[in-house]
Design a protein around this ligand. Structure first.
Ligand code: C2E
Ligand code: MG
Ligand code: MG
Length: 697
């Protein structure tokens, strides 16, 4: 298809003249001045008319007076056939009537006889110019018609607006895409396509770009005449005039709804939970990361809530998974209802676990408020198609920046706090507190390991001497349990004794300690070291064991250790419990000659009347008192009082946790003779302790 305008061939001229001499002269002149003109000659009007019909020249140059048909008659006939043909008449000036007739016909030029060549050339030039222009206009029109057909039939929606944004043109594809006809669209603005789903920022960018005279490309979400949304990939370009001024904007819009929907489906699959439609944990983590960057920049607090439904497994097991699913959907809805503020996001982590992001907090208490709201919202039952269910949830909370700086840590800590909340009961929430790291986490790991530790023989005993500072001799060694954990190394008792007590493991463990300590002491004696007592710690739970006395007797019997070389350490708090059974057991043991000591004495509340009833040989004054004895007058007075009281009850006194010379001096001055503490020795493995016993010999 040729779109370019351009002359295809030179114009044609028909020259009608009966006089040979004139004809020759004019022909020579035309040939010289207008070499591109194609000339055909006729001798009279009739011939000329015939030639005109078949040849259709653009210019006719004719004499007037001719035989057969004169020039004026011929011109009249030609005019009937064509209004565009340029006609030049050569006539004598005397012929006024003819001249008037020529004007009537619409002849374009008159050249008077005798022929003025300059005039004739000017007339011919004028004709040629007009023809050229007309041809150009015609060809351009053709070109524009072709162009507009392209626009009309374009598979891309096209819209042209003026600089004020008023629509001047839309193509049929635009009408099909948007539902707005040409008549409805023209004169209006593209605003009627706005969906409200494209950000103002995007529109601002668009106008800024095209305002600068540049092309804008992007994806827009539009709305059609029926209110339905569709996606387009749009290009908007400014149109400029010859001087570079923007006169119009043209936009090309290609519908990409299907592609967008496919992308959206893929995105949803990757980022959303299919059951509840909530963001999944991947999306949550991304959103949290973004919110963290913001919070960091604006120095905001940020909260993460971790939720776990109470007894959800029960519902799943008893009512079936489909009811479980319905419940999770209902829970998701309710949670969303509780978190309506901008940026607050509820996500499902998996199973019955949800996480919530609270992006901008003024204070930590806001998280607690949201948590309470949620817990309260769960008081109302969940109404499902066939069931009405009550369920509660526990919530753990972590705070940025206090509990961590990254998404992973915050989620983990909120999770830990949630476990803590669970420990407290149903429908609880708990803020993360730093000590939980050990508490919740290691505790779980330890609890599992503890069950197997005995079988795997992972426990060992360390021994810490108690010395009489007057004689300088070791009078007793306290057996202190250690757990040699395969992963954590040496675990100190405060981390596993309470756990062992809770799980009941303290009973077999205690028996193992007792038997090992007795056997160890016996073997030291057999090896010839000067005999010392071995002290074994007993917990409340162990004391309640009905068979305590028998247990001890059997251990002594089996090891062959004499009862007087065994000492039992019992925590002071036990003394508060008036338990006849315990007291009876202790009496029985003491009768055998076993030494009984009260551990950590003076650190709790002391009931002297109660103490009197108990069969006790020694009071061990607790570390917390001793630590302050040389620096704080109150502690000194209390300690002195306790020592006096012990004397009055005919009991020995041991000070435990003696770390400094100062403490030792002060205790000495208070008449305390037996001491234990790092100042003398740390708890030692048996081989190390033997070295100390060696010196005693
Ligand atoms: P406890 O019976 O009061 O033992 C004294 C604790 O103080 C020991 O800690 C000991 O290592 C530590 N200690 C001794 N001298 C000093 C000192 O000068 N400064 C300081 N800061 N600490 C000192 P350990 O071994 O960690 O034992 C802690 C507690 O665990 C014991 O307190 C005892 O109640 C319990 N325990 C240990 N072994 C057993 C056991 O076999 N059975 C039972 N039921 N409890 C045990
Ligand atoms: Mg002790
Ligand atoms: Mg103690």
């Amino acid at each position: 298809m040729r779109l370019c305008a351009g002359e295809t061939e030179g114009p044609r001229i028909l020259y009608v003249e009966d006089d040979d001499v004139t004809r020759k002269m004019i022909m020579l002149m035309i040939g010289a001045r207008f070499p591109s003109l194609a000339v055909t000659v006729a001798a009279n009007g009739e011939q000329g008319l015939e030639l005109f019909r078949s040849w259709r020249p653009e210019i006719v140059l004719t004499d007037v007076r001719m035989p057969v048909m004169d020039g004026i008659r011929m011109a009249r006939e030609i005019r009937k056939l064509s209004r565009e043909t340029r006609i030049i008449v050569i006539t004598a000036d005397s012929d006024i009537n003819r001249l008037l007739e020529a004007i009537d016909i619409g002849v374009n030029h008159y050249v008077l006889k005798p022929i003025n060549k300059v005039k004739l050339v000017a007339a011919l030039e004028e004709c040629l110019n007009v023809i050229r222009q007309e041809r150009q206009v015609r060809e351009q029109g053709e070109f524009i018609r072709k162009l507009s057909r392209v626009v009309e039939q374009s598979p891309v929606a096209i819209m042209i607006t003026d600089t004020a944004g008023l629509i001047e043109y839309v193509n049929p594809r635009f009408t099909r895409l948007t539902g707005w006809s040409m008549e409805e669209a023209v004169g209006g603005t593209p605003r009627k396509l706005k969906s409200g789903e494209t950000t103002p920022e995007k529109y601002r960018q668009l106008w800024e770009t095209i305002g600068r005279g540049e092309e804008w490309r992007g994806e827009l979400r539009n709305r059609n005449r029926n209110g339905e949304l569709f996606w387009v990939s749009a290009t908007v370009s400014p149109i400029t005039d010859g001087e570079g001024r923007i006169t119009h904007f043209i936009s090309f819009q290609e519908e990409i709804t299907e592609r967008k929907e496919a992308e959206e489906t893929i995105r949803r699959m990757a980022y959303f939970d299919s059951l509840t439609g909530l963001p999944n944990r991947f999306l949550f983590r991304e959103l949290l990361q973004k919110a963290l960057a913001q919070a960091q920049r604006h120095r905001h607090l940020l909260g993460v809530l971790f939720l776990d439904l109470d007894r959800f497994k029960n519902i799943n097991d008893t009512l079936g998974h489909s009811v479980g699913d319905q419940l999770l959907q209902a829970v998701a809805q309710r949670l969303k209802g509780c978190c309506r503020r901008e940026g607050e996001t509820v996500a499902r982590c998996g199973g019955d676990e949800f996480v919530i992001l609270l992006p901008e907090l003024d204070d930590v208490q806001e998280t607690a408020r949201v948590a309470r709201n949620i817990i309260d919202a769960f008081v109302v039952p969940f109404v499902l198609p066939d069931h009405q269910l009550f369920i509660s949830t526990c919530i753990g909370i972590s705070i940025f920046p206090d509990d961590g700086g990254d998404a992973e840590t915050l989620i983990k800590k909120a999770d830990m706090a949630m476990y803590r909340a669970k420990e407290e009961g149903k429908g609880m929430y708990h803020l993360y507190i730093p000590s939980m790291d050990n508490r919740a986490f290691e505790r779980m790991a330890l609890e599992n390991g503890l069950r197997l530790a005995l079988e795997r023989e992972e426990f060992i005993l360390y021994y810490q001497p108690k010395v009489n500072i007057k004689s300088g001799r070791i009078i007793s060694v306290e057996a202190l349990a250690r757990w040699l954990h395969p992963d954590y190394g040496l675990v100190p008792p405060p981390q596993f004794i309470p756990l062992a007590e809770e799980t009941g493991l303290i009973l077999p463990l205690g028996e193992w300690v007792l038997r090992t300590a007795c056997a160890q002491n016996k073997s030291w004696q057999a090896a010839g070291y000067s005999p010392v007592r071995v002290a074994v710690n007993f917990s409340l739970r162990q004391l309640r064991q009905l068979s305590l006395a028998e247990l001890v007797e059997r251990a002594l019997h089996d090891s062959g250790l004499a009862p007087c070389w065994l000492e039992l350490e019992i925590k002071e708090n036990i003394m508060l419990q008036d338990e006849e059974v315990t007291i009876a057991a202790l009496r029985r043991l003491r009768k055998l000659g076993v030494h009984i000591a009260v551990d950590d004495f003076g650190t709790g509340c002391v009931n002297i009347n109660h103490l009197r009833k108990l069969p006790i040989d020694t009071l061990k004054i607790g570390q917390s008192l001793i630590r302050a004895v040389d620096s704080n007058h109150d502690e000194e007075v209390i300690t002195e009082g306790l020592i006096r009281m012990a004397r009055g009850l005919h009991m020995h006194v041991t000070a435990e946790g003696v770390e400094t010379e100062g403490q030792q001096e002060m205790l000495k001055s208070l008449d305390c003779e037996e001491m234990q503490g790092y100042l003398f020795s740390r708890p030692l493995p048996p081989e190390e302790l033997e070295k100390l016993l060696e010196k005693e010999r």
